[in-house]
Every structure is written in C-alpha cells, then in structure tokens.
Write a protein that binds this ligand. Sequence first.
Ligand SMILES: [Zn+2]
Length: 412
Amino acid sequence: MAVFNDEQKLDILKDLISIKSVNDNEKEVATYIQDLFAKHDIKAELTNINGNRANLVAEIGHGKPVLGLTGHMDVVDPGNLDDWNSDPFKLTEKDGKLYGRGVSDMKSGLAAMVITMIELHQQGLPKQGTIRLMATLGEEVGEEGSAFMQKDGYMNDVDGLIIGEPTGFNESYAQKGSMDIKFTSKGKTSHSSMPELGFNAIDPLMNLLNEATDKFRNDPRPHDSMGPLVFNTTTIKGGTQVNSIPDSAEAEVNVRMIPEYQNDEVVKVLNELVDKYNQQGAHIAMEMVMNEGPVDGDKDNLLIQLTTELLHKYTKGEVVYLKELFADINSTMQKYQNGDIMIVVSPGITDASNLIKGKSAKVPFIVAGPGNLTSHQVNEELSKQMYYDYIEMYQKLTIQFLEKVDVDDTIA
Ligand SMILES: [Zn+2]
C-alpha cells in the first residue's frame, strides 16, 4: 500500500528543489528530510553539523544484512539565470518533463530514496535486515560529506551500496579515480629585452606540463578494466605584461586514475618531474587539491543483476556492457536513444570514492538513479515518469537485495 500518491511524491521533490543548496545549506535539506521521516515514524540523525551544513543518517529495519542508500544534498550553481526558461529553484512541469536545478543531479534520486524508506517502513519492511540512508553534504565540491560518513563508521557493516546519482536506465559498477593538483612556478621579472636579468616562470612549468602530458597519454601498460588513465592540464595562467619576463605562473591538472595506474604512482611521476626542473633552476611547487582513488567493482554483482532485471519493465532496449562510455560517442548516444540498458564504468566520480574505501571488492555497489545528461546544465530536466519509475524500482531492489545477499560473501 502506497503512502503517497503521485502528487504528493512530486511535492516532496518540489520542496527539495526549492531549497537552494548550492554547495552549501545542506542542513536545510537534511532538516526537511528529518521532519518528513519523523511524520512517518522514522528516526533520522543530523551529523557533522557545521554552520549551514550537515549530513543525515536514517535507518529502517534491523540487523544484518545492511544495505546502504546514498545521495548528495548539494547542487551545482545554476549558472546564468537568463539562460533558464524557468526559475531553477521552482520545480516546473512541461510536457511530461520536470525542470529545475538538481532535478536530475540528484534531488530526484534523493527524493526517491526518501520515499522508498517511508513506504517500506509503513509496510513493516524490511522484515530482516537494515536499510540505511546516508545523505551527504558537499559532493559536488570535494566530496567532504562522504569522507565524514566513512570516517564516522556508517559504512563498516554495509553489505551493499546504491548510489542514486543520475544514470537514467543505465547502471555503473566501477569508476575511475580523480585527482586535482595545482602547480605554482616562481621566477624573477625583468624587461623582456633583457631576460638574462630575470627568470621566466612560465618556461619550466610549460615544459613540465608538456612532458607530463606525453608521459601519461603514451603510457604503454594495459588498461583492461576501465580504459586508459586520463591526464589534462585544465587551467593555466601566468605573467602580467607582454613585455615583462613573468615572475609567476600557475596551472592545475586533473587526472583520472585506473586500477592499473593508481594515484600514488601518478604523484610519484609528477614529483620526479618537479625535482628534475627544480634541479635545473626552476622553483616549482606542487599542491594536492583533491585525491580520490578508482573504485573497481564486479560488473555482475548482485545489485547490477537485480537492477538490470527490474529495469526491463521501464525500458525496452538491450543490455550492453561498456568499459569506456564515450569511446565511440555516436554509438553511445545511439544506444541512449534506443533505451538500451548500458552497464558502464562511470566516467565521473561519486561519493563511492570515499564510501567504498576499505570495503571488500565483493561488496556489491551500483550507481543507478533517475536523471540524464542535462545534469549541471541550464534547463536541467527529468522525465516525470522516470522519477515515479525509480521510486517503484528502488522499493523492489532494496527488498530483493536484502533477501538474496549472502552476508558471508561481503566480509572483507
Ligand atoms: Zn551528483
């Protein structure tokens, strides 16, 4: 018996969208969810409260096995408001589609998980086992909330994890790592006609970045699980005037790691390059800004199996496995149009980078949630039907998982 009718389900999403949690204010989202849970006899706790920010943890059921559900409460900046056809913080419906910031990434996924908890609890489910919702702060910038969640021990006894990030009717079982590194190069300014009197800060930095790009992009080792490591210089600036030798320059790089080429080794290579250029007279410093490792999973894990089975009800396409989602972008977009169920390595990182840390690779993990490729864009949208479908799907998936998972299998 459903607790909520369609209109009420939509109202919950509407309320969540109206809370401007742009890289902040997650506490207001958490408090809203806590109040909603309280009305339905579910206790939720706010943790890591700091100013306007907080994580939220809530449970239904009892004992083992434990299934974790997670979603982030923050959204990205709406960008230029003039480019939106509607107010990004007012859920707007048009032709079966819902518009608003976070409607895809990922307040619909979060709302679907919250509704799932309430509707199951109302039916006295689960009979055996626990479903734990972990709603996180700050996923979009630095993934701090999930790091707290993991440190606080909420993942210790978890036997499976569902991440409700937007995949549409696709699924992900693994993800590359992600690392942000900043380089700062110092020099000495002089007139550009007399460079001998100064030291050009751009030269060694540019050479270092070129050498690093070459090295990482041409790495010969096999990369069977997730495709190649990805290295890119993503920002660069330096100098102040065209006829002066620049005395400072900085650049940022982003690296996407794979199991065959991990974070520590990338750092080692970059440190060696910094040392090499500094020995030649440069003054380059390297600073780690973000450091998340790859998450390797089993593409046939129990959550993937059950989800694939359940998704057939909502989409008619074929099941296809893709290691590199955009290795052939036209073919991927075609599969997307066909409604194929793509089982992929996630191109981006999620809170799994922190949450799965230290867990056995045998712990089933999936990213599957309502949404699409309009995440982070203006006029972010979601099919209203997909939102309802996911509410139904999560309720079946969670219960089926708790019934079928073998706890002995998930111990590290
Ligand atoms: Zn997200």
